[in-house]
Design a protein around this ligand. Structure first.
Ligand SMILES: Cc1cc2nc3c(=O)[nH]c(=O)nc-3n(C[C@H](O)[C@H](O)[C@H](O)COP(=O)(O)OP(=O)(O)OC[C@H]3O[C@@H](n4cnc5c(N)ncnc54)[C@H](O)[C@@H]3O)c2cc1C
Length: 455
């Protein structure tokens, strides 16, 4: 039964979609301008479910709360203090990665973990303990978080860290907004080695060569980031390039942080298909073969999607699934080959237009996605039969002891999810201590039985 929404909040009823464009839902959105306006929400909600959100850049239904209230932190975005001795920033949850980089890169500091798009809030980074191409070296966003101030279901504000309320801290990193609203975060910035990325591409063919090159590159001093790009459209076997990068001194050009107009990608969506992607992959491969060394400015390197923030429109009305899974290091040669063979064997019906592999280590939160091993990512256009194909892929991942990344998900079943994340019961116990009334909920949390269906 639909519960009446609080009538004293200026709610906008809007249609929201995940970045993958295959989940849409009408949402009662609240966009307060001051932190003060968020503080009374738990009291005002009565029995209506509440969810904090950032900029809505998760791919599926993580930032939907159908039938409840979605409270956006996008305007709660002040940087509060900076301790230059410890390089520690305290900021409100709606501050974006772009805001931080724009302010601190010129001072030689960086967030250690950054997503591929910079317009992502710090709250959203913590709620998914996001990771980047240097995860094997520096860990995820959660590792740089020293503390958080939370608004709990009973309306109280408490600080949590590794020392105080550590259970809440570890349940909140990767906790998808289910433990409370992150109001403020304290984040340790790292020295930024340089403003220019020097990249080196190493070709590989087959999984053993891929893993060998990743291990070699990891061991090379100076390598800060690595990713493997795969062509799964033109080849019979997994092949592509391991791209190893290091940051070095280069020109300080503050204009890289300026906003550029997004190109009208929706217009070329009708021409974006298997054939154009095959051609793109061949050209990409040729470029890396003929030019194995390249340079890029810091923004293009860390945030490649900033130049095309609307690239999801290329997939047209039906959208796409960015399927991202993690496989344990132990046995990865076999499990990664199984996953890739399955994708390759089905490429006629379900082509992966884009595929990438990263080296990752264990995450900081109870439900963090990364585990020591490899993350594999595939972009599939939505088509008939895709859900059954991906359910089967889930089973291959589960059999290998792996899991799917929920920031990119809108389709995994509750039954599969609970077999992927072994710390789920521990997390649910902590969550119910801090939210006994089941106030915080999302469409994703209801779909995955993370919270009671009434929440
Ligand atoms: C182009 C693109 C590239 C990406 N690249 C990467 C990548 O390289 N690595 C990676 O790990 N992820 C990546 N992501 C995923 C993205 O980083 C996460 O989905 C992130 O959570 C989105 O943040 P947001 O501010 O848009 O939050 P939303 O999408 O609005 O919310 C995401 C989740 O965070 C919760 N949340 C948000 N704010 C708060 C708060 N203040 N308190 C409590 N909970 C909160 C929400 O409830 C929701 O569960 C990428 C996404 C896109 C679109």
């Amino acid at each position: 039964m639909t519960k009446p929404l609080p009538d004293n909040l200026p709610l906008q009823v809007v249609e929201r979609h995940g970045f993958g464009n295959y989940r849409h839902a009408m949402q009662a959105l609240y966009r307060p301008e001051r932190l003060q306006d968020i503080l009374t929400l738990p009291e005002q909600m009565a029995s209506v479910p509440l969810l904090a959100c950032g900029l809505g850049n998760s791919y599926g239904d993580a930032a939907f709360n159908t039938g409840g209230v979605l409270a956006s932190t996008e305007r709660i975005n002040r940087m509060l203090s900076f301790d230059p001795e410890r390089s520690v920033l305290r900021a409100e949850a709606g501050v974006t990665v772009l805001d931080v980089m724009r302010a601190f890169a010129p001072r030689g500091l960086t967030l250690p973990a950054t997503p591929g798009l910079s317009k992502i809030t710090l709250g959203g980074c913590a709620a998914f303990d996001i990771h980047s191409k240097n995860h094997w070296l520096v860990g995820g966003f959660g590792e740089s978080v020293l503390g958080m101030q939370m608004l709990l279901a009973d309306g109280s504000r408490i600080e949590c860290s590794r020392q105080h309320n550590a259970d809440l801290f570890h349940a909140t990193l990767g906790g998808m907004g289910m433990t409370g609203i992150i109001l403020e975060l304290e984040v340790a910035l790292h020295p930024l080695p340089g403003m220019t990325a020097a990249n080196r591409s190493i070709p590989f063919q087959g999984v053993p060569a891929l893993l060998e090159h990743i291990a070699e590159v990891q061991a090379q001093p100076g390598t800060t980031h690595l990713v493997a790009w795969l062509d799964l459209l033109n080849q019979r076997e997994a092949s592509g390039y391991v791209i190893a990068s290091s940051l070095e001194n280069g020109p300080q050009d503050q204009s890289i942080w300026d906003d550029k107009k997004a190109p009208p990608l929706g217009l070329i969506a009708p021409f974006f298909n298997r054939w154009s992607n095959k051609a793109f992959n061949l050209a990409f491969s040729m470029k890396h073969r003929s030019q194995p060394s390249s340079k890029a400015d810091l923004r293009s390197f860390l945030f490649p999607w900033d130049a095309l923030p609307n690239w999801n429109l290329l997939y047209g009305r039906k959208g796409f699934v960015e399927y991202q899974c993690c496989l344990p290091f132990e046995g990865a040669q076999v499990s990664l080959a199984r996953v890739l063979d399955y994708v390759l064997a089905n490429k006629q019906k379900f082509p992966a237009y884009f595929a990438a592999i990263k080296r990752v280590r264990d995450g900081a939160g109870m439900l963090s996605f990364p585990i020591n091993g490899f993350s594999a990512l595939f972009d599939f256009p939505v088509s008939d039969g895709l859900w059954a194909f991906l359910d089967q892929l889930d089973e291959i991942v589960i059999a290998a002891g792996g899991r799917v990344y929920l920031a990119k998900d809108g389709r995994v079943s509750a039954q599969a999810y609970h077999r992927m994340y072994p710390r789920i019961e521990e997390w649910q116990r902590v969550r119910s201590t801090y939210d006994p009334r089941n106030l915080f909920a999302s469409d994703m949390a209801r779909r995955l039985n993370l919270v009671s269906k009434n929440g």
